[in-house]
Design a binder for this molecule. Structure first.
Ligand code: ZN
Ligand code: ZN
Length: 249
């Protein structure tokens, strides 16, 4: 095994019994990244980290995560320098602003893209935490496709509970470049079978959750259905709707 590939987290995720091993890895990775950005190590005070957050900013979802994490002063400092750069750039955009030509009433031709629009889209469309997550997930997929050459890991994968639709999609995308030649058949057969079997299982849990509201089933056991709503949501789009906010210790 190559030293530079850390296989432990992927192995553990596939042993976790979760609805999706890649959701497990994504949650770990996101919490680690949050702690890194705004946590006790105070890396937001390091010039190179600040330069990166100043350049990329954060998306809406990750501002929510940063807010929930709870380091208000840290968040304020990170945003302060971002605001300075943002306003400087806006000033430049306004200076170079060229109004688009008026369209004729019946012209179907779209207006030429204005550079200020492209700038604004770029500013709101990038996120330091999303980039970090994407980088880490990419490495986990690489590790997965490396590990499936090993029979023992393949057995582990065959016994997992499948994947959420979000990570199933990513797995198929990643397979286009990372799937080893010798495992093509195994991969598609196993992954498709896992999806089929486990979507049906989760739907069964959801069905029983609904049936439990029938008064005739009031005293019947919940079986695996108590958390069927959150697990179904995870199965459909990934993530953990029932998770409490991730906060600083
Ligand atoms: Zn997932
Ligand atoms: Zn983000």
């Amino acid at each position: 095994m190559k030293e530079q590939i850390d296989t432990l987290p992927v192995n553990e995720a596939f042993e976790s019994g979760d609805e999706c091993p890649f959701c497990v890895l994504e949650r770990q990775s996101e919490q680690r990244a949050l702690r890194y950005v705004i946590g006790p190590g105070a890396s937001y005070m390091e010039p190179d980290v600040r330069a990166a957050t100043d350049s990329k900013g954060f998306c809406r979802q990750h501002f929510k995560r940063l807010y929930d994490y709870g380091n208000s002063l840290g968040n304020a400092l990170v945003m302060q320098t971002y605001f300075v750069g943002l306003q400087k750039e806006l000033e430049n955009e306004i200076e170079g602003l060229e109004l688009p030509g008026k369209r004729g009433l019946f012209s179907k031709k779209p207006q030429e893209e204005m550079s200020i629009l492209q700038w604004a889209e770029r500013k709101t469309g990038s996120c330091f935490l999303c980039d970090r997550l994407e980088y880490n997930m990419d490495r986990y997929y690489t590790t997965f496709f490396y590990l499936i050459k090993d029979g023992e890991f393949r057995k582990k994968a065959e016994n997992c509970k499948g994947f959420c639709m979000h990570h199933f999609t990513e797995l198929l995308q990643q397979a286009r470049t990372k799937l080893p030649n010798g495992q093509i058949e195994w991969f598609y057969e196993t992954v498709c079978a896992l999806m089929k079997e486990n979507l049906a299982r989760v739907q069964g849990d959801l069905d029983w959750f609904i049936d439990k509201f029938d008064y005739r089933n009031a005293s019947a056991p919940w079986k695996n259905s108590k958390d069927a709503v959150s697990r179904s949501m995870q199965k459909l789009q990934g993530g953990y709707p029932a998770d409490p906010p991730f906060k600083q210790d």
